[in-house]
Write a protein that binds this ligand. Structure first.
Ligand code: AMP
Ligand code: GLY
Length: 434
């Protein structure tokens, strides 16, 4: 029997499905597993880990028993919990930062202090562990400010406050009502940055890094960036607001010094460093760092990059990223998230989804990634989360990619389906201006 490399993907959202599809696009034959995975990954030939897993230690033991050659971690929680450390104890190859390095996302206090120490541009800030000191600072600085829980809060822990009342309410929610639990034991108050955001992904092996095409997320739930923030309602890449000159600045002022700072702190960074950057009038400034691929940006970025992803991600873990080659496809990719009615608030599950196969078997430039789906008792595909599906389309231009994405979105239906109709509008406007 031919020897196959085997890969375990940790996670079960659109990002993990996009990572799987990217792995499968290369010529390398692979045996793929996912924990917990999703029905879309399964129908692409990925085996779902069915064993009872109670801890990341259990998953590492499973990976060792099953001779997994590479484990790729999608979400932040396992990384912040220390999954990489558990796998490394068993000499297993895993893509992602250690628990200590994952603090760059897991503790905003850590990330902001690192940036302050090493002169990496970011919003001015202070950290607080009690409400009185926070209020005192707030009265001194005034509004607008952003009040943030330092710990992980499922993307909901940053509150942009334009009035004093909002800021006081945010501090009350964090310190008194404890709506973010321990994640808000430390609270950051920072300057509100004005500009356009971009998501910059850099692969790093601890010594070398390589930057992927820059993308833009759409966090608010409604068109025109209205309504509450979500995990992300759509994305596109490349983002024209970051031209070659701006990217060079982001690399020199943010990516390279941050990775060098991590090494200096004896936390060499292996994995994907995601810099959420605000392009302000005074230049690029870091809004946040994440310690993993973004979702939904990954669904728009990976289809643009041709490479052997098994090799590239293994290389990050082995310190040989400098050998990795890839080519970036011309054109653009646009991802539209189809979400349940009510998301990011309360939503119902179990709505039957129609049209996925039609999209899957249609245009070769279109991918559909599962996020919150499951098969019900009758074997029907139903909704099982807030973000349900991601439709990604490649086009020779951003305009073509937008048109193809929405043509395919129109083929999908489920009760209460909501999506933004203006994904990539800011990028298109920018291209028209030029
Ligand atoms: P975070 O949890 O830090 O990723 O922030 C979530 C979102 O809040 C960001 O993507 C921004 O849209 C917004 N945000 C966070 N910090 C700032 C800031 N300093 N200025 C303006 N907007 C911000
Ligand atoms: N799309 C934002 C994130 O992945 O954090």
């Amino acid at each position: 029997m031919e020897f196959l490399d085997s890969v375990l993907i940790v996670g079960g959202g659109g990002r993990e499905h996009a990572i799987l599809k990217a792995l499968l696009r290369s010529d390398r034959p692979l045996c793929t597993y996912a924990y917990p995975g999703n029905p879309g990954m399964e129908s692409d030939g990925c085996t779902i880990v069915e064993e009872k897993i109670s801890s990341w230690k259990d998953l590492a033991a499973w990976a060792e028993e099953n001779e997994i050659n590479l484990t790729i971690v999608g979400p932040e929680q396992p990384l912040v919990d220390g999954i990489v450390d558990e796998f490394r104890k068993r000499q297993l190859t895993i893509f992602g930062p250690t628990k200590a390095a994952a603090q760059i996302e897991g503790s905003k206090h850590f990330a902001k202090t690192l940036m302050r120490t090493y002169g990496i541009p970011t919003a001015a800030f202070e950290s607080f562990t009690d409400k009185e000191s926070a209020l005192k600072y707030l009265r001194k600085t005034g509004v607008p400010v952003v009040v943030k829980a330092s710990g992980l809060a499922a993307g909901k822990g940053a509150i942009v406050c334009d009035t004093m009342k909002e800021a006081e309410q945010a501090l009350d929610d964090m310190f008194e009502r404890k709506v973010f639990g321990d994640a808000a034991a430390t609270v950051i108050i920072e300057e509100k940055l004005i500009g356009e955001e971009a998501s910059v992904f850099a692969l790093s092996d601890g010594k070398h890094y390589k930057i992927l095409p820059v993308s833009q997320d759409h966090k608010p739930v409604f068109d025109g960036d209205k309504g509450p923030n979500t995990g992300g309602m759509g994305a596109y890449a490349p983002a024209p607001q970051v031209d070659a000159a701006m990217l060079a600045r982001i690399e020199q002022e943010i990516i390279a010094p941050t990775l060098a700072a991590m090494t200096k702190e004896k936390l060499p960074y292996q994995g994907l460093l995601y810099a959420g950057v605000m392009i302000t009038a005074a230049g690029p400034k870091v809004v946040e760092f994440n310690c993993r691929f973004g979702d939904p940006e990954t669904e728009a970025v990976l289809p643009l990059v041709h490479c052997d992803w098994f090799d590239a991600l293994s290389a990050c873990a082995a310190g040989r990223l400098a050998e990795v080659q890839w080519t970036v496809k011309k054109g653009a990719c646009v991802t539209v998230i189809l979400a349940s009615k009510g998301y990011p608030g309360h939503y119902e599950k179990g709505k039957v989804i129609i049209g996925v196969e039609e999209v899957e078997h249609g245009d070769a430039n279109v991918d559909i990634y599962h996020a919150g789906t499951k098969l019900n008792d009758r074997g029907e595909l139903v909704t099982n989360g807030g973000r349900v599906l991601a439709v990604s389309a490649w086009g020779a231009s951003l305009k073509d990619a937008v048109a193809t994405a929405y043509e395919n979105v129109a083929k999908i239906r489920f009760e209460g389906m909501q999506y933004r109709k203006d994904i990539a509008a800011k990028g298109l406007a920018r291209l028209v201006e030029k």
